[in-house]
Design a protein around this ligand. Structure first.
Ligand code: SF4
Ligand code: F3S
Length: 78
């Protein structure tokens, strides 16, 4: 799946939401999150983000790898 990382924090441009064909991008308090169970890996959201916050999980920069786990936690929350 694709993952939204640090650049989204407090920016929350939301252009990505309109591009997602399966509506799997959800709003948190300070950033948005992609549901890994619903993302179909289409890549449409990545170029839509003006701050390049989105990338495929395999390509998330090493210094931002925590966001892959943070993303999963967001959706595991009861
Ligand atoms: Fe939605 Fe496609 Fe982005 Fe996944 S890669 S979040 S399905 S737009
Ligand atoms: Fe965030 Fe970029 Fe979407 S700033 S809300 S990931 S368009």
């Amino acid at each position: 799946p694709y993952v939204i990382a640090a650049a989204c924090i407090d920016v929350m441009d939301r252009s990505c939401i309109e591009e997602c064909p399966v509506d799997c991008i959800y709003e948190g308090e300070r950033k948005l999150y992609i549901n890994p169970a619903e993302c179909i890996d289409c890549g449409a959201c990545e170029p839509a983000c003006p701050v390049s916050a989105i990338s495929q999980d395999r390509r998330v920069p090493a210094d931002q790898s925590d966001f892959v786990a943070d993303n999963a936690r967001f959706f595991d929350a009861p």
